[in-house]
Design a protein. Structure first.
Lengths: 239, 443
């Protein structure tokens, strides 16, 4: 009796190269909140696309290697850890849960994300957090150009530097950068760091598994100047 | 003192016409380009320039009231586990909640479902009004991703990846502050009252190779159940269709420049894109060259108004059509009964296109509760059903006259053209000749 329970709750190891993407995702989609198969390990990912896309259950999934496009796309509830680097669009449109990339992330990381936490322990490429709509993103390293483009809400924390045109045309998302910003995009300005921002940032740094010696006071906050919210011909050169 | 010679009579410039001069004065006074809804208003070669030949001795017609002419269509048979089966090949094009009121979306769902066809969401996410009242609902996947979530993806019947639309191929969306109500703002995750700009490119893919991977992801998320459409504007239909097929589309939706929009620049609507008549043969040729005609279905839109237009589009090789502007007119948009109210807005019934201002007296393109509560979604739905059924009967009438027992059996050989332009675009001969301009060089 006991051995059966142990077997059901043990980590499920899934060899992606042997069993294929369709079987992996259909197995993960079959899980619900009541499952006791809560720990999964995907081996031999070999850069495959759409690994663990569309999961909607409170399970832990570790991908033992690097992934292609859209790993953890539209994630709900699950904690997904990539033990390698992630290709374009990791955790795109994620709704909730946590996605952690141990290595670097390619472009569009966390694009249009609506909720949950995305942590990138290496660097993120261009367009990180593009069009984000509520997700919280913590990048331990640097981010590339055009990050947080048209970002609507949520928070983007960058412990390193940001590339060109940070926060271009952004709406109400909050951007925190510890290092340098190569340039700000249209309508993005530095804003005052108030106590509530420091408190929020401290929480994100903790949940983002950042080096505890990094302090919120070392960051600058950026947000929307809100000058492009309603069209004005005298601002046309900003577009 | 008067001259002994008569004066030259006043003569206005064709180049600088009254309308052109009015545009210049408006630009000078306001400092902003003209923004409006709807599709192009210019004269274009269109389905009116084509005629059916009908049957006589060399072709047998079918009895109008006795012999069956089927109208159903399957969509998404290439890859989807659950392809869509519609009773009629006239679908409702994507129009957003935000651009349209909730009751208008409900009416589209009611009308389409009763007529046995599908409706489509738009750039604002899926509402309960349209999901609840649409038997078959196509969920648009747009660059803005407003309201996008996996639950709505899974409760949709098909997914339409929108790359472009006919009114503004290469352009993004626009919803001005007047229409960003509390509910619209919440669905789009935006501050109320701002001018909302939708991106023209998707945020997480670029080009056909990426699109192929994006489609794979959408299929994986929905367990390969849903047909995946790819919607393109009438820009380069041969290559765009071929690339959509290469990327894995089950269905290509092709929207010509007559297709409407909720709001964009007038200069964009009138000067970018190609008429649907020019687009269809190009898309069909791409499908034929790939051996995918009828395997990947083609839905065409942009200026479809009647059963004759449906029949002509299908004779050119489309599997189905979509209507947007015509559906709104069926619901009551631009109705002369509201002329007094249109006059108050400085326009006239039939010309009202300031949908972005949210003051629509018909209660269709507005988020103002006082205005949209005028609109009865049950009555509107009934009117749309009637219209869809009339279009279908009209198309059947023509198909039977051409001897066809299914609308899909109509073919270019059933058509002739009235103008050289239409003949060249449609690839059918000018009436009374065997000459197709651009083919074989002779007649």
């Amino acid at each position: 009796m006991k051995s059966n329970v142990l077997e059901q709750t043990a980590t499920q190891t899934f060899d992606l190269s042997a069993r294929g993407l369709r079987e992996l995702n259909s197995s993960l989609h079959a899980l619900s909140g009541a499952t006791n198969m809560t720990a999964w390990e995907v081996v031999n990912p070999k850069g495959a696309h759409a690994i663990a896309a569309g999961v909607d259950a409170p399970v832990d999934i570790s991908v033992m290697g690097s992934t292609g496009y859209y790993c953890a796309g539209m994630n709900k509830q699950a904690t997904i850890r990539v033990k390698g680097s992630a290709g374009p669009g990791v955790a795109e449109n994620m709704m909730s849960g946590t996605v952690i990339v141990d290595g670097d992330a390619s472009q569009y990381a966390g694009a249009t994300g609506r909720g949950g936490l995305l942590v990138i322990k290496g660097n993120a490429s261009s367009r990180c957090g593009i069009s984000m709509k509520g997700v919280e993103i913590v990048v331990h390293g640097n981010i590339g150009h055009m990050s947080a483009f048209m970002a609507q809400s949520g928070s983007l924390v960058v412990c390193g530097d940001a590339g060109d045109a940070l926060g271009d045309s952004l709406y109400e998302a909050k951007l925190f950068v510890r290092g340098s910003v190569k340039s700000l995009g249209a309508d993005c300005i530095e804003k005052e760091m108030r106590p509530e921002h420091l408190e929020h940032l401290a929480d994100l740094l903790r949940r983002g598994e950042c080096d505890p010696t990094i302090k919120p006071e070392e960051f600058r906050r950026y947000g929307s100047a809100r000058k492009l919210y309603n069209f004005n011909i005298d601002n046309a050169s900003a577009y | 003192m008067t001259s002994e010679f008569p004066h030259t009579p006043p003569r206005k410039s064709y180049t600088f016409s009254d309308a052109v001069n009015a545009d210049i004065r408006r630009a000078a006074a306001t400092g902003i380009y003209d923004i409006r809804g709807g599709g192009t208003k210019r004269f274009l070669p269109h389905f009116d320039d084509l005629l059916f030949l009908g049957a006589s001795i060399s072709r047998y017609p079918l009895e109008g009231y006795r012999e069956k002419c089927a109208t159903d269509v399957w969509l998404g048979t290439r890859h989807a586990k659950k392809p869509i089966h519609l009773d009629i090949p006239v679908t409702i094009a994507g129009m957003s909640f935000g651009a349209l009121s909730g009751p208008a979306k409900e009416a589209l769902g009611r009308g389409a479902s009763a007529a046995g066809t599908s409706t489509t969401t738009g750039d604002g996410g899926m509402t309960e009004e349209e999901r609840g009242h649409s038997k078959t609902l196509v969920y648009q996947y747009l660059p803005s991703r407003y309201g996008m979530n996996p639950d709505d993806l899974r409760r949709a019947d098909a997914i339409e990846v929108v790359v472009g639309q006919g009114a503004k191929p290469g352009g993004g969306g626009m919803l001005l502050g007047q229409k960003i109500s509390d509910r619209v703002a919440m669905m789009r995750n935006l501050p109320k009252g701002i001018d909302q700009r939708s991106a023209c490119r998707h945020p997480d893919w670029t080009g056909p190779d990426d699109l192929e991977i994006k489609i794979l992801e959408l299929r994986e998320i929905t367990d390969w159940e849903k047909p995946i459409y790819v919607k393109i504007g009438g820009a380069r239909p041969y290559y765009d269709t071929a690339l959509a097929v290469k990327a894995g589309a089950d269905v290509v939706v092709l929207d010509g420049m007559q297709g409407g929009t909720a709001a964009t620049q007038d200069v964009f609507i009138e000067h970018v894109g190609q008429p649907i008549l020019a687009c269809i043969p190009q898309a069909v040729k791409a499908l034929q060259d790939l051996g995918m005609h009828r395997k990947v279905q083609l839905i065409v839109s942009g200026g479809i108004r009647s059963g004759a237009d449906v029949a002509k589009a299908m004779a050119l090789g489309a599997d189905a059509v979509a209507i947007g502007t015509a559906a709104l007119i069926a619901l009551g948009d631009n109705d002369p009964a509201l002329e007094a109210e249109y006059q108050k807005l400085g326009t006239t019934a039939g010309a009202y296109d300031d949908w972005h201002e949210g003051k629509d007296p018909a209660g269709i393109t507005t988020q103002d509760p006082e205005l949209y509560s005028r609109f009865d979604p049950v009555l509107g739905g009934r009117r749309l059903t009637n219209y869809l059924k009339v279009m279908t009967l009209e198309a059947q009438t023509i198909a039977r006259a051409c001897g066809k027992n299914h609308l899909h059996n109509l073919e270019p050989e059933d058509l002739c053209a009235l103008t050289i332009e239409a003949a060249a675009m449609a690839g059918v001969p000018i009436a009374g000749t065997s000459w197709i301009p651009g083919r074989n060089g002779s007649f």
